[in-house]
Ligand binder design. Sequence first.
Ligand code: FEO
Ligand code: CA
Ligand code: CA
Length: 642
Amino acid sequence: MSQDHQQFHQRLEAHDDASINPSGNPPLSSLLDPTRRNLLKGGLGLAALGFFAGGIAACSRANASPLLSFRSVPVQLDPAFDRVLVAEGYRAVPFFSWGDPVEPGAPAWNPDASDDWQAQLKQAGDNHDGMNFFAFPGEPERGLLVMNHEYVNPPLHPASVIDTSAPRPLAEVRKEQAAHGVSVIEVRRDADGQWRRVLDSAYNRRISMLTPMRIAGPLAGADCMRTASDPRGLEVLGTLNNCATGITPWGTFLTCEENWHNYFINRDPDDYAARVSHRRYGLAASGTSKNYAWETADPRFDATPDPQQPHGGQVNEPHRFGWVVEIDPFDPLGQPIKRTAFGRFSRECAALRLADDGRMAFYSGDDARNEYVYKFVPAGRFDPANPAANRDLLDEGTLYVARFDKGGRGQWLALVHGQNGLNAANGFPSQVEVLLNARAAADIAGATPMDRPEWAAVHPHSGEVYVALTNNDARRETDAANPRPNNLHGQILRFSEDGGDPAATAFDWELFLLAGEAEGSAVPAHLKGTISGDLFSSPDGLAFDEAGRLWIQTDYDDEDPAMASMGCNQLLCADPRTREVRRFLVGPRGCEITGLAWSPDGKAMWANIQHPGLSYPASDGKTRPRSTTVLITREDGGVIGA
Ligand code: FEO
Ligand code: CA
Ligand code: CA
């Protein structure tokens, strides 16, 4: 594996998820309640009866799943494994890699290109992440594949050395900024049945850290959003660390800003100590910003207050990240919009639950150790007959944070000024501060600190919500939802809103599975999982297909001796009813698997191979590895997974 890549990724991991939650919110119980019968609504809930009665062991029984018909792929332990291995009868081919041309005039990828940031602005970004497919209305064989580019693996060209002890060359910084963001690419199924890119599509578009975006919702124009460069607080340049996604019922893409705090620094110790909006998110306070030292070339990323400049210079710039950004992929000239009603944290995703009557909820994790699970409930309802009325539905609504009580019940705590202790005496004089400092608001409201909440996914039929809690080696005190200390392997939990109502303020929940080693293995108890089927660690991406199969993507350090039995990172598929888990795909050494999208007929699937370690997709042992979208189809043309 490329040393640079691996070291950089490990460094990112080390600080992306650092626990900085000072709330001391109590873990609620150290024990699963053995007497409780879980009361999840609907058919899945019936199947889950008995889970708690049997304790953790009950869900490891092997069940033949009627949903899963492929044969599982073996673990790949070879340290030089540099391919994508998919289940027998399937094909996985590289489809779209970092540096591939997107916009008109983009040159082909050139591994030796140095400071060509204008080219990068038109080419695919790095570290492909969350992804969705948007079919053209009435044309299921034509669509827009929209994906995030979470971060970059510097140096973006082999000749440069990242030396943060000196100011970084601006052209390098610009190239890294250009490689962040989002790609929109048109794809279509040709007469021969193959899906291909439409290289000259007018919809092909790159959105980056340099794209102007509008700030909307309760914080638009607020004092805390104003900077020397944007004194109105209404427009921001770019989007950062776009991790997972969501979609809206009106066909737009939601990209979520995760570890934005790593791009900023505030060197004023007194200001830093007093400024919750920096401290509670873990901005750097000395040295350089944690990721790329962009502030040495681009002063926008130096958030140290400057009293000589209007609005304190850039002290408010970090307030303009951590949001959900709405993008209409069918409007190639449209400005992305940051929706501030969602609240600000290290947002992993915004998974939609849409009720029959048009009410909505969007579920999100905040991926850091001991952070929280949230939902945003828009005030209005989706009206398919009135597209104009839907346009700004995301600007008004209620943000909630979850408390997971023992006994399988949970509460949604409203993060609303005047409720749950969110008042001026506690540092929240208005709703603006509540949304800006959502983490601190959640501390006061009494949310449950979780084991790094990653993606959420909503079952397409039952409306049950699944959340991946990827791992938490800082877990000391356990509770019912986070039951293992020094949790290296993570868990998936699921919950069901009371009455099936997206706006409910209470829910039933249960552990769907604990990832980790086999129950019978000779490892310490906290490393044992409850998986029925193929083993994995660190669930991260979650997505349901139309049939209700739960696809699980993993992200662990495959060179960590603690992961020795897990091999390379994986894409697995689970039956929510039987809980059987089957390994569908294994990625090249060093990568994580992320992002998942389907064609409307379910016969094509795209998945992202993020930060491969060796030479994928060339797999020649020489070429620089590139994050890559792969296209997965079945040799007999059937539905994936069926
Ligand atoms: Fe971008 Fe938490 O993964
Ligand atoms: Ca992730
Ligand atoms: Ca992860």
